[in-house]
Design a protein around this ligand. Structure first.
Ligand code: IDC
Length: 329
């Protein structure tokens, strides 16, 4: 009897040890797997963004304010990105580089330094296994063709540099305005061609008319009706600010998706379109619900401590550097 008890006991201990042994490595891998390691190279399938296994996949992340907005580029730092990943659940960051505002890339800014900051941003995101969007942030310069020469050079250089990386995405014109879809398409075709010479696969996001709102043309949707032809993995930007843009724009988004257009919300705010003003939580919830329902990816504006409602850090919070606590509040 005593012997039997001992055997049972021994077996139980052995079972536990084996279970622990098997469980441990799984736990370690699960903990270590970053978003990019788990999902690999992304692609577009119909209107959906999918991961390397062909499963529907959503990018959720945060955009920097313009990297050239603040002296010293404080928000390009690894600790801030890591906070976004670990505490906020973000799997992507967007590096917004104004072309015109704030001594932008095409208005007298230090191009070498700006590219240096992008290189750092991509490096940190890559080390953290996050996806990273390089955003050519046109705004007051309206028509992307205004700086097409600089854009071609820039994206040629970027796509040559990052041609082997699976986590880099290009957004080739933030918010075209004052020009039509035909103008934008002509620009996009040339930039896509430039990028595709170096990188056949990566996701490229094209801005759409009227500040990336798919144009203001009622129910008719010129972008969905006339998408860019001849290239794979192209997506189309839709931007909203919840206190300004409501059901009309949301319906426009879902109509475009239902027509087969791959839409990516590369920028949104939950305040008004000025980046300031009151926050509309109710409307923001409706947007998030719809985007989740359709599997649309979304990136929040903005990682900075500027005194405005769209910035995610309190303005009295330190703006320098990582360990001091950027993005922790
Ligand atoms: C805003 C910034 C603000 C800045 C302004 C002009 O939040 O601090 O002064 O740009 O440069 C966009 C643009 C984005 C805007 C944002 C809010 O892509 O650059 O940022 N917005 O106005 N489109 C719709 C809203």
């Amino acid at each position: 009897m005593e012997n039997r008890k001992q055997t049972v006991c021994f077996r139980a201990v052995l079972f536990c040890l084996i279970a622990m042994f098997l469980w441990q490595p799984c736990k370690v891998t699960a903990k270590k797997q970053t978003p990019a390691a788990a999902h690999g190279r992304l692609a577009v399938k119909g209107a959906d963004l999918v991961d390397a296994k062909g499963r529907k996949f959503q990018l959720r992340g945060v955009s920097t304010h313009g990297i050239n907005w603040d002296v010293g580029y404080p928000y390009i730092n690894k600790e801030a990105f890591q906070t976004l990943r670990d505490d906020w659940g973000a799997n992507a960051v967007r590096l917004a580089m104004y072309t015109s505002e704030y001594n932008g890339y095409c208005s007298g800014g230090n191009q070498r330094e700006l590219k240096n900051q992008i290189a750092k941003g991509v490096q940190y995101a890559t080390e953290l296994g996050m996806y990273v969007i390089i955003d050519w942030h046109i705004l007051s310069d309206g028509n992307p063709n205004t700086h097409i020469k600089e854009a071609k050079q820039f994206f040629d250089e970027m796509s040559r540099t990052y041609r082997k990386q699976k986590n880099v995405i290009y957004e080739i014109c933030n918010e075209p305005n004052g020009c039509d879809w035909k103008n934008i398409k002509s620009y996009a075709n040339q930039i896509i061609k430039t990028i595709r010479k170096n990188d056949k696969k990566t996701i490229i996001v094209v801005g759409t008319p009227t500040w990336s709102q798919l144009g203001l043309d009622g129910t008719h949707n010129e972008v969905a009706d006339s998408p860019i032809k001849g290239y794979r993995n192209i997506m189309y930007a839709l931007h909203f600010y919840a206190a300004t843009h409501k059901a009309d724009l949301r319906n426009k988004m879902t109509a475009a998706i239902n027509k087969g257009l791959p839409v990516f919300v590369t920028e949104y705010g939950i305040c008004d379109a000025s980046g300031n003003g009151a926050i509309d939580k109710k409307e923001a919830d409706r947007w998030i619900q719809t985007m989740d329902e359709y599997g649309v990816s979304y990136i929040a504006w903005n990682l900075s401590n500027k005194q405005e409602s769209s910035s995610i850090i309190k303005s009295k919070q330190s703006r320098t550097h990582g360990k001091v606590g950027v993005a922790r509040r």
